[in-house]
Design a protein around this ligand. Structure first.
Ligand SMILES: [Zn+2]
Length: 196
């Protein structure tokens, strides 16, 4: 059970982890809080965008598109490792997922297989969208993977969570494949190293 971090604390946590951060427009008040609850927060979810080009990617993640209004995450992690903050509060990123996965995240236990889509994840997860085509061929630059680990560690550190509080979208919602191109188990190990 954790109260969401304030926008100021999110920003200071990310910068404190050594990340380069860009604040996009009115990100501190850009959210979907009028559509449902935000919090308590339990973890961090990692995605890939299926887009190319950082400016285009950040714009879509901020504004959304027909049928899915933005923000589509809290932070966009670009190919160059910069984190672009686009929203604060409830965001359209996690969708419905598995309540047993949520219970495992809360307990910081090993994850069960996600086989249900019954539980509102937008309420409970911070979301980072990572710029990648998601085709299994578009490379993940080292600086971007480093930034994903650091951004996740920053949120975990601010809340006193372990690496087990970080999951991929594909571990939450049946049918999702993101992030594709690196393993979440190895990413969690990197996050654990940062938190040690
Ligand atoms: Zn996703």
């Amino acid at each position: 059970m954790a109260v969401p971090l304030s926008a100021r604390r999110v920003l200071s946590a990310l910068r404190g982890e050594g990340l380069s951060v860009v604040e996009v427009g009115d990100w501190t008040t850009h959210n979907r809080n009028h559509k449902g609850p935000w919090g308590p927060v339990h973890g961090v979810m990692i995605h890939h965008t299926v887009t190319r080009g950082t400016a285009h990617t950040v714009r879509i993640c901020r504004d959304g598109y027909a049928g899915l209004p933005g923000p589509l995450c809290h932070g966009v992690i670009a190919k160059d490792g910069t984190v672009h903050l686009v929203g604060h509060g409830r965001a359209n990123h996690a969708g419905l997922g598995d309540d047993e996965v949520l219970r495992a995240v809360i307990a910081e236990r090993r994850l069960p297989v996600d086989d249900e889509a019954t539980t509102d994840g937008n309420r409970h997860f911070y979301g980072f969208e990572c710029e990648n085509l998601g085709d299994g061929e578009d490379p993940w630059p080292k600086v971007q993977l480093d930034a994903i680990a650091k951004a996740s560690a920053a949120i975990c550190r601010a809340h006193g969570w372990t690496h087990r509080s970080v999951i991929g979208h594909r571990e939450w919602q049946p049918g999702k494949v993101d992030p594709r191109g690196f393993g979440m188990a190895s990413m969690r190990e990197r996050i654990a190293d940062l938190l040690r």
